[in-house]
Ligand binder design. Structure first.
Ligand code: AMP
Length: 590
């Protein structure tokens, strides 16, 4: 009997030998979740036994779950921020990891208005690489023809993806005919967002007929690329017609590689002009890249708000959500990447880190009492239908760290649970990688309110809405004002200044998206007529809310409520300027 007949492939028949190996690995990992997890924890705890952090909890060399869970506390970023700052300030002693810190990654989450810093170690790149290497074998199961990818990347100092693209793992990756990018590395890695986007778009247009897949990491990134095309198609067409690169792209390495790619092509230039000059951009993706089979973008979590717009521009192409990852660690992959967005679930790979789960029901909201902390649930023990907050212990030295994501178990692949991404904890508004929570919004409203005080005007109530109908999307704040003396009412200019004051008080990721990336538009205040928020309450009560517990929602997205608010608007105001933003200090070099 031939050996291979004994091998079964529960996920489907692999497309080639290399894929078979990857699928086999997924099978092995997902069949042995609990033992892999036990081993991962033991490896982490023994590897980092002598670190300052673990020494604090006196594990005495123990590497078992019970000792670990009883002695090491569950923490948030804020609790380890002082230690992380020490590393950032140059302390090279083994604080979290016994391995040297290879670099700092920055998360899009913020702490006190600054991006969170995540120290990482070299070997984490191997683990990321391993997870990446599983994506195409899984995708190939759907028998989609693979080839050239037009995928727009945004290089950000120190973000997890940029770190991967800068690494030798990526640069020296073996040639894979099923996964070739239109964007040259030079364009991907250029930190000037205009030059990077411009040259990536140009390459995408030049190779338009060969492109089989169009993507970006998140849906917001792909829409930003479409918007970029809307703003720049004339110049792009001019470059293509003449074969001469726009002088605004001055980066020598990009110019050098584009000189090899860009040749005069009148026919292509005319085609682009014809497609872009009209008002109708419906289906533009499939018109320009006619062989696109699917979009490679994440549309789960906060990105779900972009599905309709993506459908509009792509004529409803399938959207593949392949991976669930963060700066802290990469977690898992979608074993059915071609499924509908509403059915996406991620299978957590037990080899990436040690996972625990805080049960998150509406009663406890994931709060942890210091006196009687709940026993956190292990990966193998989570239950279908329940929601949990993710807690991780990583090889890089994060111990029982709350990631802030709420996940729901939808089922299992072998013994590995599969999770639907429900939401990020405490995030009220998000357009791109920005995450604004209730406290930040409250603070922003208070700052705006202080501008209104000299006009005897106060903010009676407010709520917010992430308006993504236009590109880029923007924050809308609905405010009901109490104006004591109508003869001294705040002018339009004053209210515009309130918009800017709010933006100035939002976190640095918001301001970076707004100023450097242009991925968020000016903040808008919509003043609503007196009594609107009472109407809102009546509406909520008519739908079953308890009058005693009713609180005005600080963010709305339910269409009837947004429509009600919009029908009561008396004036609209936009931020007249960009808020301040300066790139973070170069404190991150290690
Ligand atoms: P960052 O730390 O900036 O890399 O962002 C990581 C966060 O992005 C995660 O903790 C999630 O909240 C979110 N995220 C990552 N992957 C996905 C996904 N596939 N679906 C929804 N949200 C995601």
């Amino acid at each position: 009997m031939a050996m291979h007949s004994a091998v079964s492939y529960p996920l489907g028949r692999p497309a080639c030998k290399k894929d078979a190996k990857a699928l086999q690995f997924i099978e092995e990992m997902t069949r042995n979740v609990d033992s892999v997890q036990e081993k991962v924890l033991a490896e982490i705890l023994s590897g980092n036994a002598n670190t300052e952090y673990l020494q604090r909890f006196k594990l005495g060399g123990a590497t078992d779950r019970d000792t670990f869970k009883s002695k090491v506390p569950v923490i948030t970023y804020e609790e380890i921020q002082p230690d992380i700052q020490r590393i950032a300030n140059g302390d090279r002693s083994p604080i979290f990891s016994s391995h040297p810190i290879s670099e700092f990654l920055t998360s899009s989450g913020t702490s006190a208005g600054e991006r969170k810093l995540m120290p990482t170690i070299q070997e984490e790149l191997d683990r990321k690489q391993l997870l990446y290497s599983l994506l195409m074998p899984v995708m190939n199961l759907s028998r989609q023809r693979q080839g050239l990818v037009f995928s727009i990347y945004k290089s950000r100092n120190q973000d997890t993806l940029t770190s991967y693209y800068k690494s030798d793992h990526f640069k020296t990756r073996p040639y894979d005919p099923y996964n070739v990018y239109t964007s040259p590395n030079e364009a991907v890695l250029c930190v000037d967002s205009f030059q990077s986007m411009y040259s990536q778009m140009l390459c995408g247009l030049l190779m338009r007929k060969e492109v089989l897949r169009v993507g970006a990491v998140f849906a917001s990134g792909l829409l930003r690329a479409i918007h970029f095309l809307q703003l720049n198609w004339q110049q792009l067409a001019k470059d293509i017609a003449s074969g001469i690169l726009n002088p605004r792209v001055s980066d020598p390495s990009i110019r050098e590689c584009m000189s090899r790619i860009l040749k005069p092509n009148r026919e292509l230039a005319d085609f682009i002009i014809k497609e872009c000059e009209g008002q109708n951009w419906e289906g533009i993706i499939t018109r320009i890249w006619p062989n696109t089979k699917y979009l490679d973008v994440i549309v789960t979590g906060a990105m779900a708000q972009y599905i309709r717009t993506l459908d509009y521009y792509s004529g409803g192409l399938p959207k593949a959500c392949t991976m669930y990852a963060s700066s802290e660690c990469y977690f898992g992959l979608n074993l059915k990447p071609m499924c509908k967005p509403s059915e996406v679930c991620y299978t957590i790979m037990p080899n990436m880190c040690y996972y625990e789960f805080i049960p998150h029901d509406s009663a406890n909201h994931g709060t942890i009492s210091r006196d009687s902390p709940p026993r956190l649930v292990d990966l193998a023990d989570v239950e279908v239908g329940k929601e949990y907050e993710l807690v991780i212990t990583t090889y890089a030295g994060l111990c029982r760290y709350r990631v802030g994501d709420i996940l729901q178990v939808t089922g299992f692949h072998n013994s590995a649970p599969q999770f639907k991404f429900i939401r990020r904890k405490n995030v009220l508004l998000s357009i791109d990688s920005d995450k604004t929570d209730e406290a930040e919004l409250q603070n922003a409203v208070e700052n705006a309110a202080s501008i209104l005080r000299p006009y005897d005007t106060s903010v009676v109530e407010y709520t917010s809405y992430a308006d993504t109908k236009t590109i880029p999307g923007h924050y809308v704040i609905y405010c009901e004002l109490h104006i004591k003396d109508p003869t001294n009412a705040p002018s339009k200019e004053v209210l515009n200044q309130c918009c800017l004051a709010m933006e100035e008080s939002l976190n640095s990721v918001y301001r970076q998206c707004r100023v450097a990336d242009n991925s968020i538009g000016p903040l808008e205040i919509r003043v609503v007529i007196d009594g609107t928020f009472e109407e809102l309450m009546d509406y909520a009560i008519s739908r079953g809310a308890s009058i005693n517990q009713y609180k005005a929602p600080r963010c709305v997205n339910f269409t009837p409520i947004v429509e009600l608010l919009d029908s009561r608007v008396v004036s609209v105001h936009f931020s007249p300027d960009a808020p301040h933003w300066t790139p973070e200090r170069q404190r991150l070099e290690v």
